[in-house]
Design a protein around this ligand. Structure first.
Ligand SMILES: [Zn+2]
Length: 144
């Protein structure tokens, strides 16, 4: 399961990164010019868009520069929350049956919790994936 969620989440971040990198402005940092009612990039002051005050403020907060910083941070978090293999042990399923399961622990989550490989990934990665739950391919079993 972890490989599926991590691969899917990485695809979503790669998709967002491609869009952020494909903007046609000279600078990825955008500023809200209230006086003109425009959103401009901060190098050549080219108009990004003309929109209402609240929309401009929101768009300026989520300019490509910030999106790319967030993507880099999210990819680092994904890497930090990889599974640490502990050991194999008999585990009980929901129906009461027993089987040999692999117990893992997230390398970063605190307090450390031992969970089976089948119920991996950790809550942090599940929350990160839930941000993109409206996109195709999201598996409802990943929901935290
Ligand atoms: Zn974790």
């Amino acid at each position: 399961m972890t490989d599926d969620l991590v691969a899917w989440l990485t695809e979503q971040l790669d998709h967002d990164q491609r869009i952020a990198e494909s903007t046609r402005q000279a600078s990825p940092s955008w500023q809200n010019f209230d006086m003109d009612g425009e959103l401009r990039d901060d190098v050549n002051a080219g108009t990004v868009c003309i929109a209402g005050d609240a929309d401009r403020a929101h768009i300026a907060l989520h300019d490509p520069a910030r999106v790319l910083r967030e993507i880099a941070a999210k990819k680092a978090i994904i890497k930090a929350h990889g599974p640490h293999l502990l050991y194999h042990q008999v585990v009980k399923d929901y129906d009461g049956s027993q089987r040999l399961g692999t117990l893992v622990r997230c390398r970063s989550c605190e307090p450390p919790q031992e969970i089976t490989r089948d119920t991996w990934p950790c809550p942090t990665l599940r929350h990160m994936a839930a941000v993109y739950a409206d996109r195709p391919g999201y598996d409802e079993s990943w929901r935290p």
